[in-house]
Design a protein around this ligand. Structure first.
Ligand code: ADP
Ligand code: ZN
Ligand code: ZN
Length: 768
């Protein structure tokens, strides 16, 4: 009972102090100190005041009593990490590699209590007739934003202010103007409420299909039987997955359980959020990246206090501290945004499964194009698989044409548009329907190179090729370095310095030339520097202010455009030719999603895929919308090459100020792996000779099959003047890679690295 000592992790993210330090708990703080509490402690020789987290309590001192300092105070401003959060942070640290502090920061994104923020809601003030009249009037004046707001109030009497501002992309000024006209009222609430009130009190409930009901029943049956599982719903967009999520959550909530719903930020649309608000009212809360620290803190406090049942948000919503968690939903589970890009580089899908198992909760994954990982586990029987093949309402899947670009060239067509695509675009323009053109690349043109000597124009800091932009500049997309485009090659002086593949700007120009009457919008990383500009372009296109939307992969996700009946994929090969093992999967997903954009309304859709490799299996199966066909070929390749998900891979990246230092360290680390491997194999030999039936850890996980790839310079060998070296480890057993990582972490801790950092990435999503 007498826990007189506390292990404290100090809040300095540095490997040297990345271990717990033991402190005495003074008697007056005995009640206030428990795992998860943030405390003040004296630290180091000068007894500087530092803060840290209590991670454990013990009765015994690990050091002589007089050497142990005392906790000064409990931080009254800090929110306490529940012990569960600490457990998950420890798991992430081990599983993905990072400092304890970095892992704690990931699960505890807000450390400080901040002032309470006000919540605003908007209420409509006029009757239905008057509102309809106002809609018509604003429509005639072409006040599209006002029309959007007023239309929303035709069905709902009260809406959250943020939902209107962010998801309908309406300015504060527009809302104030509508308030002055007496049509709506903006109200501020100081307490937590986030209500939506429907006009017809009850939300119109759909009658669930047999397939939907079966999934809901199975998940709850397992849950109630005390064996919650992980489920994968493979269902095309519009097949009714969200309805299934709502159904399961509703049952969970009625049993007093809470739910976390992960949806990639880009797919958090007005319509989707509204469905959740309507079903769960002020018991639902939304987290997104535009929330301030204070607002995020609000949400977490509401969750901790049990004031909400459902939280919706991107990756970080996973760490919502619910005490009665019953289910985690991961929608669009294949999305790469579920993988963290900073340490610890965790995957939200796997972490969800771990968190759920700690809470005896279940996990439901959903996707139209499941990740290889999820589908493989489903095939292995680890996850239960449900298929939902048809769209609700029976709208047809689009018709897909594949065009061979080599053939176009042979026929003398030098345009970026094939004859088929041009023909279909003309049809659309005449019919007043919309088209989307998709190019997996940004900028005016890709890289610039010399056709005489082959010299490629590169960024002097980042070693990546510069992209040409309008206004005669070359731009680095990593560090923003800019230079004036030269007319002659800096190496050989020839004047054949030119770009290769087309970019979105160039497509836009070609459209103006070939379809002068068409109105065109462009969406890529350059036109969407801010979140508002992204929503603005989407709503302009939804308002049919343009006939054609040209863009990068951003346009294939999220929003529904009922009037889009044609999707053109201009060069399907661009994503195929990225140099990593996920290129085929990524291409299949992009093509399938892009194709899914066509014909979402009542009108059937058509899709044109232009490619130099019409026989590649990713393209063939995407054209047929045949997921299983794609999966079978892709998994054969992964198996043959021992790539994830069949085996596992660990990327170890060293960044350094000095190139030689980085090279030396990466070589030492590879040597260390080799010697670890020798030791392990020796242990195994020892063990097996002693007692062949004993299955100690080392014995089962034979290190024999560990492969080391590299070391080498990373494919981007320098970013912001930091050199990057890399090697990869491959093994069928994830835990072997974890053990290797542990060994490397120990190795690096012993050497106090200066001007060098080491990053670990398990089953990487990107090349380095
Ligand atoms: P997904 O999440 O797979 O894209 P949704 O759940 O959003 O699918 O469903 C697509 C559309 O079909 C929505 O408008 C939804 O209201 C409707 N819908 C879903 N299930 C049914 C059903 N059983 N009967 C009628 N309409 C349904
Ligand atoms: Zn040259
Ligand atoms: Zn650069």
């Amino acid at each position: 009972m007498d826990k007189r000592y506390a292990d404290v992790i100090i809040e300095i993210s540095h490997e040297k102090v990345d271990r717990p330090f033991q402190y005495k708990i003074p008697p007056e703080l005995a009640e206030a100190v428990f795992p998860g509490v943030r405390v003040h402690v004296p630290f180091g020789r000068g007894n500087q005041d530092k803060t840290g987290y209590v991670v454990d309590l013990s009765e015994q001192a690990d050091y002589p009593e007089d050497k142990i300092k005392s906790i000064t105070a409990v931080d009254s401003k800090g929110i306490t990490a529940e012990s569960e959060q600490i457990r998950i942070a420890n798991w992430m640290k081990r599983q993905y590699g990072s400092t304890t502090i970095a892992a704690l920061r990931t699960v505890l994104p807000v450390k400080q209590k901040l002032r309470q923020l006000e919540h605003k809601k908007v209420t409509r003030c006029v009757e239905q007739d008057a509102l309809e009249e106002a809609v018509l009037l604003c429509g005639r004046k072409r006040q599209k934003a006002k029309v959007r707001v007023l239309q929303a109030f035709l069905t709902d009497a009260i809406l959250p202010y943020e939902l209107i501002r962010q998801k309908l992309n309406v300015s504060a000024a527009t809302l104030t103007a509508l308030e002055k006209q007496g049509l709506i009222r903006i109200e501020t609430e100081h307490y937590y409420r986030n209500p939506v009130k429907c006009m017809d009190r009850e939300e119109k409930r759909v009658v669930l299909s047999d397939a939907q009901r079966k999934i809901i029943e199975k998940v709850l049956e397992d849950y109630n039987a005390g064996c919650p599982g992980t489920y994968l719903i493979h269902g095309v967009t519009g097949s009714g997955k969200t309805e299934v999520y709502l159904g399961i959550i509703e049952k969970m909530v009625s049993m007093g359980r809470q739910a976390i719903v992960l949806i990639p930020e880009i797919a958090l649309t007005y319509q989707t959020l509204l469905r959740f608000y309507k079903r769960f009212g002020d018991r639902v809360s939304v987290i997104n990246s535009s929330l301030s620290m204070g607002e995020k803190y609000d949400q977490i406090r509401r969750a901790q206090a049990g004031e909400i049942d459902v939280i919706i948000g991107p990756r970080s919503a996973l760490f919502t501290p619910f005490a009665r968690l019953g289910i985690i939903i991961v929608d669009e589970e294949h999305e790469s945004s579920y993988k963290s890009e900073s340490m610890p580089k965790y995957h939200a899908r796997e972490t969800a499964v771990q968190i759920a198992s700690m809470h005896q909760a279940c996990v439901v994954l959903g996707s139209a194009t499941p990740s290889m990982e999820a589908y493989y586990r489903a095939r292995q029987g680890e996850y239960q698989l449900f298929e939902m093949k048809n769209r609700q309402g029976g709208s047809m899947l689009p018709r897909v044409y594949t065009v061979d670009l080599r053939e176009e060239l042979k026929q003398g067509n030098r345009s970026v548009f094939s004859r088929k695509l041009r023909e279909l675009m003309e049809e659309r323009l005449q019919a007043g329907e919309q088209a989307m053109l998709f190019l997996n690349r940004r900028g005016y043109a890709g890289f610039i190179s010399c056709r005489e000597c082959g010299h490629v124009m590169k960024c002097p800091h980042c070693d990546v090729s510069l992209s040409e932009h309008r206004g005669n500049v070359l731009l680095c997309h990593y560090c923003g370095y800019e230079e004036v485009r030269k007319t002659n090659c800096p190496v050989c002086g020839s004047k054949y310095l030119m770009g290769f593949k087309a970019g979105t700007e160039q497509i836009e120009e070609a459209l103006h030339k070939e379809f002068p009457e068409a109105k065109v919008l462009r969406m890529d990383a350059d036109t969407t520097r801010t979140k508002e500009s992204y929503e603005k372009i989407l709503s302009a296109f939804a308002d049919e202010k343009a006939d054609i939307l040209v863009g990068t992969q951003m346009i294939v996700k999220g929003h529904d455009f009922p009037n889009v009946t044609l999707v053109g994929i201009l060069a399907a090969d661009l994503s195929l030719n990225q140099n990593d093992y996920r290129a085929g999967e990524r291409t299949f997903q992009l093509l399938t999603q892009a194709a899914g954009r066509a014909g979402r309304g009542d009108k059937p859709g058509e899709v044109v895929i232009q490619t130099y490799q019409p026989d590649h299996y990713s393209i063939v199966h995407a054209a047929r919308q045949d997921y299983e066909g794609f999966y079978e070929e892709e998994i054969t390749y992964r198996d043959l090459m021992q790539y994830p998900p069949v085996a596992h891979m660990l990327a170890v990246l060293v960044t350094s100020r000095e190139q030689e230092q980085g090279e030396a360290l990466i070589r030492q680390m590879v040597d260390e792996v080799n010697s670890l491997q020798r030791d392990k194999l020796f242990d195994v030999a020892e063990e097996t000779s002693k007692d062949s039936r004993r299955t100690g850890k080392g014995a089962v996980r034979t290190w024999q099959r560990l492969q080391i790839i590299g070391p080498t310079e990373a494919s981007i060998s320098k970013i912001n003047d930091l050199y990057r070296h890399i090697f990869y480890l491959k093994h069928p057993d994830y835990q072997v890679l974890v053990e290797a990582k542990d060994g490397l972490e120990r190795f690096c801790k012993e050497r106090e690295l200066k001007n060098q950092t080491v990053q670990y990435d398990f089953d990487p999503m990107n090349t380095y």
